[in-house]
Write a protein of this length. Structure first.
Lengths: 219, 343
C-alpha cells in the first residue's frame, strides 16, 4: 500500500527532515510512526498525502508512483487517502453534517448517497445525534471523532493520522485508537503518527521509529 | 463497536448488488449511486451557483455595498449612453426635416413665387415646396418680432417671398450630399437671392454628439476596468478569508476547478447584482427626467418621450455585468488560489 525507497526530504535552507527512509506497509496493515517531535513523522505523512514532494527516492502509494505524478493528478490520489489532524481542522461555519460530507461533495456523489454515507460515518463514531450542530459546540474528543468520520466517509483504502490523540486525555485517546482498530479490521490500511508510547505498546501493532529523519527501528 | 460496522456494510450492499442487474441498467445517471461525470458536473455547478449565492446572502451588507459600487460604475456609462441615444433619436427626427430656405429677390412677386414653387415641385429631388408670400412673411414678422410699429412706418413690404424646400432624400446618397447638390441648384436660379440650410447648427450638434459619444465610450471602458478591479479585489479578500476551507478542500482531493468555482460564481453574482442596481438607478434617473422633458417638449409643440432601456439593452447591461464580474473573479482566482497550498 505504501512503499518508501531511499526517500529523503530536504527543505530549502538545507534542513534534512527525512534521510534515506525505506519501508513498506502492506494493504490492510496498521502501523504506528513514533519519534521525538522534529524526527520527521509529520514530514513522512505529508509526503504520502502529496502535501510535499520528496527530494530524493521513490514513494509508491496505492500502486501510484508519486514522483511521476503531475500536479493535476494530486487531487485524485488524495481521494484515496483519509487524513486526520491533531488540530481537527474542521470548518467552523458549517454543521457537523456538512463537514463530514465534504469529501463526498468533492468526489461528486449524489445528494441522497451523501446523506446515507455521512450518517453511517457519524453513526460509526457515535455522533449521529450531533449532525445539525456546529463544531464549536463539541468537545475536543468529539471534534476529533468528526474529523475521523470525515476521513473515512468515502471509504478510502488508506487512513493517515497525525497525532490524532495529541490533545486528548488517556480514556478518549483509547476510544479514538479503538476506532482506528475497527477500521483496520474491515481492511483499511492505517498509518498513525503518535508519541503516546504507552498506548501504542498496548495495541501490539507494528511500530516504525524515526529519529532525526532516519528510520531507526521497525518492530 | 462491531454492530455499526456491520450496519454500514449492509447499507452499502444493496446499491452494489443492484448495479449489474440488467433491469436497472437503463436508470438515468442521476439515480445511480455515483453520478456520471457530466451529471455530477452539472449538478455541482447548479449547487455551487446556489451555494455561492447563499454565502453572499450571509453577509448582506458588504455584498450590497460591493454590488452598489459596481452598480454605480455601470450606471454612469449606461445612463449617459441612453441619454445620448435619446439625443440622437431627437436629432435624427430633425435630420429628416432638413429644409432649405430660399429667399427670392425682392422684386419677385407672390404670383411669380407661386409659379416657381409649382415648377420646383415637379423636380424629383424635391419633396415639397412651401411658399411664404411676402404678405404672410410680413404678418409673421410683425407678430413675432415686436417691431410692428416700426414696420408700419415703412412704405412697402421690405420682406421677400420665401420658398421652404424640403428635399427628397435619395437613399443612395447621404442626406447632406443630397441637400448640397440641391442647394447649389437652387442658388443658381435667377429669381433666388439666397438659399441656405435651416439646419447648419444641427450638423454642429451632431459633431459635438460624436465627441460626447466617444467620451462615453472611453468612460465606459474605464469604469468597466474599475468593475473588473472591484470584483477582483472583493474575491481576493474572500479567498483570503476562506483560506482554511480551501486547504481542507485540497487535502480531500478537490481539483483546482472545484475550488475555483464558488469564487467565480460569487463574481458572477456580484456582476449581476451590480448590473441590476445599475439598471434600477438609470430607470430611476430617467423617471425623474421624464416630467421635465415632457414639459420642455410641450414648449416645442412636440410629443417627444424619453426612451428608456429596451429589452436588448437590459440584456446587454446584465450580460456586461456578469462578464465583468466573472472576469474580475477569474483574475483574482488565477492569481491567488495557487498560493494557497495545504499545510
Amino acid at each position: 500500500m505504501i512503499q518508501f525507497n531511499q526517500v529523503s526530504k530536504r527543505y530549502p535552507g538545507g534542513y534534512e527532515a527525512l534521510n534515506q527512509v525505506s519501508f513498506q506497509i502492506k494493504r490492510g496493515e496498521m502501523a504506528f510512526l513514533t519519534g521525538h517531535s522534529g524526527a520527521g513523522k509529520t514530514t513522512l505523512l505529508r509526503l504520502i498525502a502529496l502535501i510535499e514532494r520528496a527530494s530524493q527516492g521513490q514513494i509508491v502509494v496505492n500502486g501510484q508512483h508519486l514522483g511521476r505524478l503531475p500536479n493535476s493528478g494530486i487531487p485524485y490520489v488524495r481521494r484515496g487517502i483519509g487524513v486526520i489532524f491533531q488540530e481537527h481542522r474542521l470548518l467552523f461555519d458549517r454543521t457537523i453534517f456538512d463537514n463530514v460530507a465534504l469529501p463526498l461533495v468533492i468526489a461528486g456523489y449524489r445528494h441522497q448517497d451523501i446523506r446515507r454515507r455521512v450518517r453511517a460515518a457519524l453513526d460509526k463514531v457515535g455522533l449521529l445525534e450531533k449532525e445539525r450542530s456546529y463544531p464549536i459546540t463539541l468537545s475536543g474528543g468529539q471534534q476529533q471523532r468528526v474529523g475521523i468520520a470525515r476521513a473515512v466517509v468515502n471509504k478510502p483504502p488508506l487512513l493517515l493520522a497525525d497525532e490524532p490523540t495529541g490533545n486528548l486525555d488517556p480514556d478518549l485517546s483509547r476510544e479514538i485508537m479503538q476506532l482506528f482498530l475497527d477500521f483496520n479490521q474491515v481492511g483499511v490500511t492505517v498509518l498513525i503518527a503518535s508519541h503516546a508510547l504507552g498506548l501504542i505498546k498496548s495495541l501490539q501493532r507494528r511500530v516504525l521509529v524515526l529519529e532525526s529523519g532516519k528510520l531507526i527501528a521497525d518492530q | 463497536m462491531d454492530a455499526p460496522i456491520r450496519r454500514k456494510k449492509n447499507t452499502r450492499r444493496p446499491a452494489r448488488k443492484s448495479a449489474p442487474t440488467p433491469g436497472r441498467r437503463k436508470t438515468p445517471g442521476i439515480f445511480r449511486s455515483r453520478l456520471r461525470p457530466l451529471d455530477a458536473w452539472l449538478l455541482h455547478h447548479l449547487h455551487v451557483l446556489v451555494f455561492s449565492l447563499g454565502q453572499l446572502s450571509r453577509t448582506p451588507f458588504p455584498t450590497l455595498m460591493t454590488a452598489a459600487v459596481i452598480g454605480i460604475a455601470l450606471a454612469l456609462p449606461s445612463g449617459l449612453y441612453l441619454l445620448l441615444d435619446n439625443a440622437r433619436q431627437l436629432s435624427q427626427s430633425w435630420d429628416d426635416t432638413v429644409r432649405i430656405s430660399v429667399f427670392l429677390n425682392i422684386d419677385v412677386s407672390d404670383v411669380q413665387a407661386q409659379q416657381l414653387a409649382t415648377k420646383l415641385q415637379q423636380r424629383s429631388e424635391i419633396q415639397q415646396v412651401q411658399v411664404i408670400s411676402r404678405a404672410k412673411a410680413l404678418a409673421e414678422y410683425q407678430q413675432l418680432s415686436g417691431f410692428s410699429k416700426a414696420l408700419e412706418t415703412l412704405d412697402g413690404n421690405p420682406l421677400p417671398a420665401v420658398l421652404v424646400v424640403q428635399p427628397q432624400l435619395n437613399p443612395e446618397l447621404g442626406a447632406s450630399q443630397n441637400s448640397q447638390v440641391l442647394l447649389a441648384l437652387l442658388q443658381a436660379l435667377p429669381e433666388v437671392d439666397i438659399a441656405q440650410f435651416d439646419m447648419r447648427w444641427l450638423k454642429r450638434l451632431l459633431a459635438i454628439m460624436e465627441i460626447i459619444h466617444r467620451s462615453v465610450l472611453v468612460l465606459a471602458a474605464l469604469l468597466g476596468l474599475a468593475v473588473l478591479l472591484i470584483t477582483g479585489n472583493t474575491i481576493r479578500l474572500s479567498i483570503q478569508n476562506r483560506r482554511q476551507e480551501i486547504e481542507i478542500n485540497k487535502l480531500f482531493g478537490a481539483t483546482d476547478a472545484f475550488i475555483r468555482r464558488p469564487f467565480l460564481y460569487a463574481g458572477l453574482w456580484y456582476g449581476l447584482f451590480g448590473a441590476v442596481i445599475a439598471w434600477s438607478l438609470v430607470q430611476l434617473a430617467f423617471a425623474l427626467l421624464q416630467n421635465p422633458v415632457q414639459k420642455l417638449s410641450v414648449l416645442y409643440q412636440s410629443h417627444y418621450q424619453l426612451s428608456v432601456f429596451s429589452y436588448q439593452d437590459v440584456f446587454l447591461l446584465l450580460a456586461t455585468g456578469v462578464v465583468l464580474g466573472l472576469a474580475g473573479a477569474w483574475l483574482a482566482v488565477s492569481r491567488h488560489l495557487q498560493e494557497i497550498q495545504p499545510r
